[in-house]
Structures are given as C-alpha cells and as structure tokens.
Design a protein around this ligand. Structure first.
Ligand SMILES: Nc1ncnc2c1ncn2[C@@H]1O[C@H](COP(=O)(O)OP(=O)(O)O)[C@@H](O)[C@H]1O
Ligand SMILES: CC(=O)OP(=O)(O)O
Ligand SMILES: [Mg+2]
Length: 426
C-alpha cells in the first residue's frame, strides 16, 4: 500500500491540535507539521504552527469571535492548505486519512471507520461528554464535506480503559438500570495514557506487561490513571469526564446532592441545549461554570500558579487556594492508586498542559507524597521547558525507589499510529 497523508485531529475542551503525518501501512508515522489553537476558554485564542520541526508561527492571537472547536479547526485546515511551503498538502484531495479524537466511545473497543451508522452511534453519546463529543462530530462533518476523498476514523479516549475490572467500573446502584442505561465508569484521556504507557515502558526498559505506573494527565480536563501490567486498572473520570479531579471549568467530584442546594430547577434542560446536545442546568453548572474559572476567574493554570507563588499579588490568596486544592485532590488519587497497586509502582508520571509545564505543581505533589518514597530532583524539575518525550524529574535511588517522570504526551501521534496499523482504514 502506498504512502498517505494523514491528519490527526485532537479537539480538547480548551484547544484543537492537528498534526500532519506521512504514513506508510504498518510503519511509524512521520510528522510533517503541527498546528494548534489553544486558550479557547481564556480568550484570545492563540495559534501555533510548526513545520518540519521548525516554528513558523509561535503564538499569534486569533479572532476573539471564534465560536469554538469547529471554527478553530477550520482555521487550522486553512493554515495548512494555504501554506506554500507545505507541498504535501497542495489541495484537499491530498489528504488520505483523517483520524479524530472522540472522547466518549461508549462500548467501542477499537478505532472505527466513520460510516453513517457509526456516526449515529456516536451522536447518541454526545450528552455523556458535553464539552467534547458534539464538537468533535462537527469537525467530522466538516471533514466529510471539505475533504471528500479522505477516510474519517474515530479514535476513542475511553478505549484504553476497557480493561478496568468489574468491581472498579461498577457503580453501587440498581443493576438493571445500570445495565439498560449503560451507567458505569468509562474513563477518558485514554489515547494519552496509551502513549504514556509505551513511552515510559521504552524509557524504563520494561515490557508493558511488567509496567505499573500512576499517570496524571493534567490539562484543561484532568485525570489520574492507575496502570497495572501496562493496562488501565482504574481512572478518576467516570461515566462522563466530569468525575474525579477539578478542571478549567469542571468541578470534578463533589457530593452529588450539592447541585440541588446550588440553584433551583437544576434538573431542567439548559437554554444552551441544542438539537445535538441536551444539557441540564446541573450539568452545565458542573461542567462549564465551575473549576478554576469559577474559583479564580481564570482557566489559565499558569496564571494561577504564578499568583499562588507571589505573596504580593492581589489575587494571591484565592490563587493559592486553587493551587492547594488541586494538589490535595491529585494526592488523594495517587495515595489511593498506590494502595490499589499494592505499592508496586515503577513511576509517577506527569503529562498534559499543566503536568508538562508546571514544575511548581509537580514539586508540591511529590512533596506531599514523599512518605511513599517519591522525591523530586529540584534541578531536573527546574523551570526549564521539557525537551524530550520522557524526562526524569525525580531523584534516583535503589531499585525500589519509584521514579518521577514527565511525558510530553502526543495524542495525535498515538491516533496516527493506530490508523497506520489497520488495513480497513486504507
Ligand atoms: N506554564 C504553565 N503552567 C501551568 N499550566 C499551564 C501553563 N501553560 C499552560 N497551562 C495549562 O495547560 C492547559 C492546557 O492543557 P492542554 O492539555 O493542552 O489542554 P486541553 O485539555 O485543551 O487538551 C491550559 O488550560 C493551562 O491551564
Ligand atoms: C477528556 C478530557 O477532559 O479531555 P481534555 O482535557 O482534552 O478536555
Ligand atoms: Mg487534551
């Protein structure tokens, strides 16, 4: 089979990232370009564009009126097609495969070629990932129209977690209702966790089946995952990406009764609902009007961190509260997973926008869990940008000392790799 150009599209809750690869069937994809728009929840959004490993656009502010992920994707596609120095995509017909990160994949246990039937199945899951699935499907539709010769493939965040054992994925509720309404823990950020598992295995020289790690994907949405023998054993998100850790606009886990004491009529459909997405006021409050935005007024954890560490900053107290709260919730999961993995943990891994860029957050978490043997290496943790895919930021000790690592996770690469291996998508 000949080489193809593949676009890998990752629509997160605050960003859209598109990577372009040369792919040959069964081979590792070779990246040609990467374009991303970030800061969709803290305007103005910014565009970054890298071609052949060189930065072409560093952080250009783009239109404030950008409506969301679909508009961001349109601009990214335009940027790629109009770039005269990117001869691999001269016209839309040059794109052979587009793979899409779909956060909630229900019971799908492998990537799917998007037919009208798969599309309908995915549409039915929109309400279970209200910040993600409908946006991603809008991008799928745009690609079907704009790139008519390409195959569209759906890759799922939930897939990696299909190995979570029954006693962990089951909610203690009526079993018949749970079964008929498919109410269970699904888990998300799985494309990232698959990338992390392989990269850390290679770094530590361990086969996946020998690898036990606690991984933290801390971005606009944040989650923790206990990985046992290279497979997901437990994760902090649940039926939807709301459970577990707080995020940019998400509360994370709270007492489920809280919402009824927060506002009246929370069970009613929000006026913001659309024909593709039905969202109650309660879900809207917990998904879109909570988290860092509600506590501090910003969704930018970089700003929160810097004010939390500047005692003279006028917002110091509230920013420190948000920072300390995040550290507390993260350590709660690390402690619980450490026990759940029976203390057999090779490494604690930080990834995602915050995990990769906040040495202060890493240091604070590792300090709080030092009783488990984790120890930060201040110099390695530093505040320099992480350069390699995997970097060690913990102190090395004997064989029993668990490591502390940072992984520059790459969901686009992970999806491209899966597509390159599946003949059906060619
Ligand atoms: N220097 C920084 N320090 C701490 N957090 C940062 C820094 N730069 C960016 N971030 C955080 O990273 C988040 C984006 O993470 P990312 O994983 O790219 O998001 P998404 O969930 O949209 O995929 C931003 O919302 C911001 O809070
Ligand atoms: C699942 C999820 O929350 O994804 P993101 O962090 O990209 O918004
Ligand atoms: Mg993300």
């Amino acid at each position: 089979m000949k080489k193809k150009i593949l676009l890998s599209v990752n629509a997160g809750s605050s960003s859209v990232k598109v990577s372009v690869y040369y792919v040959e069937f069964g081979q590792a994809p070779v990246q040609i370009a990467e374009a991303q728009i970030s800061g969709l929840t803290s305007p103005p959004p910014t565009l970054k564009y890298v071609r052949d490993g060189k930065t072409v656009i560093k952080a250009k502010e783009v239109d404030d009126g950008m409506e969301g992920q679909r508009d961001a994707f349109s601009l990214l596609l335009e940027t790629l097609i109009n770039d005269e120095d990117l001869p691999q995509i001269k016209s839309k017909e040059d794109v052979g495969i587009v793979c899409h990160r779909i956060v909630h994949g229900g019971d799908y246990s492998k990537p799917q070629l998007i037919s009208s039937e798969t599309y309908q199945h995915l549409e039915a899951l929109n309400d279970l990932a209200p910040l993600h699935n409908a946006n991603s499907l809008e991008i799928v539709q745009l690609c079907i129209r704009a790139l008519p010769t390409a195959n569209n493939v759906a890759c799922f965040d939930s897939q990696f977690h299909s190995t979570i054992p029954e006693h962990i994925r089951t909610y203690p509720i009526n079993r018949d209702i749970a079964r008929s309404n498919k109410l269970r823990k699904y888990g998300f950020h799985g494309i990232s966790y698959a990338f992390i598992t392989r990269s850390v295995g290679e770094f530590l020289g361990k086969k996946p089946e020998e690898l036990n790690i606690i991984a933290l994907h801390l971005g606009s949405g944040a989650s923790a995952c206990a990985i046992k023998g290279g497979k997901s054993w437990d994760t902090s998100m649940g039926l939807t990406p709301l459970a577990g850790l707080p995020g940019a606009t998400r509360s994370g886990s709270v007492d489920p009764s809280l919402v009824f004491h927060y506002a009246s009529d929370v069970g009613k459909l929000s006026p913001a609902s659309t024909k593709d997405l039905h969202i109650s006021r309660a879900e809207e409050i917990l998904n879109k009007e909570s988290g860092w935005k509600a506590l501090t007024g910003t969704t930018d954890f970089g700003k929160i961190t810097s004010a939390a560490f500047s005692p003279n900053d006028p917002d110091h107290d509230v920013m420190k509260l948000a920072f300390d709260l995040f550290v507390d919730r993260i350590c709660g999961f690390v402690g619980s997973y450490y026990v759940s993995l029976r203390g057999k943990v090779d490494a604690l891994v930080f990834a995602g926008g915050i995990g990769e860029k906040s040495p202060q957050l890493r240091a604070a978490v590792v300090d709080q869990i030092s009783c488990l043997g984790f120890e930060i290496d201040e110099e390695a943790n530093g505040d320099n940008q992480i350069k390699n895919v995997v970097e060690e930021v913990g102190k090395k000790g004997g064989l029993d000392k668990p490591r502390v690592l940072v992984v520059q996770t790459d969901e686009q690469f992970e999806m491209a790799r899966a597509c390159a291996e599946e003949a059906e998508f060619w």
